[in-house]
Design a binder for this molecule. Structure first.
Ligand code: HEM
Ligand code: SF4
Ligand code: SF4
Length: 526
């Protein structure tokens, strides 16, 4: 069932993402930036909130009047800030919802990835409480409705000695202290939200918390245009002597409020509790994923820290050397953090398939698909290639070529393949061309696999693909699972191009000093 929901969602996201690729360009695609957009919107809300506080009167008597002053007399600065504050908060809800659904559809929340998902749950609550307490402070008719419905709902829980809804029975019963408590909550809860947002990304290496500048400029322009076109206004002063009949609802923050009025409070709490519980346990629901963690072989590790740099999930630490080799450091993998992507193996200078003798071992290896097996599979698959152009596909198991059998070596991530493997395939004439088939650029299952692979091939990141590798025999196709047809079409075009290239005979290449020798760190030292 969840598989079906995920696949429908992924199709929907993929269609929207491809559309946005065309409109914004892949680098500015907002779908690939939802987390960082959440951060950016938070800062806008915080900055506009601080600005508003200069002019806002926090007393229950004057709160409404001060906001009227802000929106009418000071509309050209504080009024615009008020609209920024409201619309950026609304947008934050949308961005958070899309981010949650997208991570779910990409299946990036299960197994050892539970941490970001679990810490996302309090973020939902804190964001909603921040917004709801904000509406309360306006002390207009909507605020009155929100205050009464919220306190009645809270009174259902056996927490408070006296019903807090009593505060809103008559104008006289409303105490200034209660209002001050709301002001306090509207500042304290967003601070907790920020703390949670920080904790949320602690297990992610080099998290993207700033969207590209052009995207920030677009968001600011859109907020300004909306603020001028439809300024955020109040809905008439609150009057506790009258029952509010019709109020305009903010459907981003208050979608449940009309329902709370209709359903019993017990049902509402059951819905909220049920939703929270289901989201909380989702990472542990079957089918569970338990890839084996990467393992370090100290005899082949010189402590260069490339794997530490490239691991997307902060799973590798540089620690003082524990053996007799003359290097200051070695690395250690935390199995509780490792998702088994193999990117570290692709980064390690010891991962060279050119080794001719002895066991093919590397500094950091994946028990599920060790380097030796990867080389053996590559050779075996290459031996089955036929046709005018023998094309070998190195495929990410989450991209368009997932599940492909013929001419394909499947990997947990394309960045697991060290660039020397491509050199090996072409220089040993195992194939006429190599295709790296990864996830869509904007939706890499392992966050940075696409980025690192592109940088390594372009010679911008270690370990890079050597100059001697004929680039016309290499293609990279980035495509989502739902883009199988496009993938096959691009593959066919590449095969045609390769077929027209001059034939090359077997080119056995000897190890040169600049080529990784394949010797272990211990062998090199001795
Ligand atoms: C406004 C609220 C939120 C903000 C600002 C935010 C921000 C972020 C950021 C910056 C990242 C790292 C992205 C990257 O560099 O790859 C991230 C990852 C993630 N977020 Fe959120 N997040 C929010 C809410 C949520 C919620 C509500 C959930 C789900 C309950 C969630 C689930 C995740 C997951 C699972 C990842 C990790 C994906 C992976 O393993 O690659 N987030 N978030
Ligand atoms: S397999 Fe992936 S997550 Fe695990 S240590 Fe290597 S790079 Fe990090
Ligand atoms: S395992 Fe490889 S990449 Fe990591 S520090 Fe050791 S030699 Fe460097």
């Amino acid at each position: 069932m969840t598989g079906l929901v995920k696949s429908v969602l992924r199709r929907g996201f993929n269609a929207a993402e491809r559309g946005c690729d065309r409109v914004f360009s892949p680098a500015l695609n907002p779908f690939a930036q939802l987390g960082s957009l959440g951060y950016f919107l938070f800062w806008i809300v915080a900055a506009s909130g601080i600005y508003l506080f200069i002019f806002f009167d926090t007393g229950v008597v004057n709160a409404y009047a001060s906001l009227e002053w802000i929106s009418n007399d000071l509309w050209y600065h504080a009024g615009i800030m008020r609209s920024f504050h409201r619309y950026a908060s609304d947008l934050m809800v949308v961005v958070m919802g899309l981010h949650l659904l997208r991570e779910f559809s990409l299946d990036r929340y299960r197994g050892v990835r539970w941490f970001s998902w679990l810490t996302g749950v309090p973020i939902i609550w804190f964001l909603y409480i921040s917004g709801i307490t904000g509406y309360w402070l306006v002390w207009d008719q909507l605020a009155q409705f929100v205050a009464i419905v919220s306190t009645e709902l809270l009174d259902w829980l056996p927490i408070f000695g006296e019903p807090i809804a009593r505060n809103f029975l008559t104008p006289e019963s409303l105490s200034g202290r209660f209002f001050t408590l709301m002001v306090f909550l509207h500042i304290a809860v967003p601070l907790l939200l920020l703390l949670m947002m920080w904790i949320h990304i602690q297990r992610i290496s080099q998290p993207r918390v700033n969207p590209p500048r052009a995207l920030m400029a677009m968001i600011l322009t859109a907020l300004l245009a909306t603020s001028l076109w439809k300024p955020a206004l109040s809905q008439g002063p609150a009057d506790l002597s009258r029952v509010t009949s019709e109020v305009g609802i903010d459907w981003y923050f208050l979608p449940l409020y009309p329902l709370i009025d209709l359903l019993s409070h017990g049902v509402i709490w059951a819905l909220l509790g049920g939703f929270t519980l289901i989201v909380l346990v989702m990472p542990w629901l079957p089918p569970l994923k338990r890839p084996q963690a990467a393992v370090v072989d100290l005899d082949h590790c010189n402590g260069c820290a490339r794997c530490v740099e490239d691991c997307p999930y902060e799973a590798i630490r540089l620690v003082p050397r524990s053996d007799d080799l003359p290097f200051p450091n070695e690395v250690a993998v935390d199995p509780a953090l490792c998702v088994g992507c193999g990117i570290c193996m692709g980064a390690c200078p010891s991962s060279t398939p050119f080794r001719r003798s002895g066991e093919l071992v590397t500094g950091i290896d994946l028990p599920d698909l060790p380097l030796k097996e990867l080389r053996d599979r590559t050779i075996a698959t290459a031996a089955t290639l036929r046709g005018p152009a023998r094309i070998l596909v190195l495929a990410c198991q989450y991209g368009a070529a997932s599940g492909r059998q013929d001419a394909t070596v499947s990997l947990p991530c394309v960045a697991m393949a060290p660039p020397s493997l491509i050199d090996f395939i072409l220089s040993r004439d195992l194939a006429d061309g190599v295709v790296i088939a990864g996830c869509a650029e904007r939706a890499c299952y392992n966050r940075v696999g696409v980025e690192w692979t592109k940088a390594r091939i372009a010679g911008k990141r270690d370990p890079y693909l050597r100059d001697r590798v004929p680039r016309e025999r290499l293609a990279m196709i980035w495509a989502d699972r739902n883009e199988r047809r496009r993938f096959e079409a691009e593959l066919a075009v590449f095969a045609e191009t390769v077929a027209k290239l001059p034939q090359t005979g077997p080119r056995m290449v000897r190890a040169t000093p600049s080529q990784p020798s394949g010797k272990s760190a211990r062998e090199l030292v001795l």
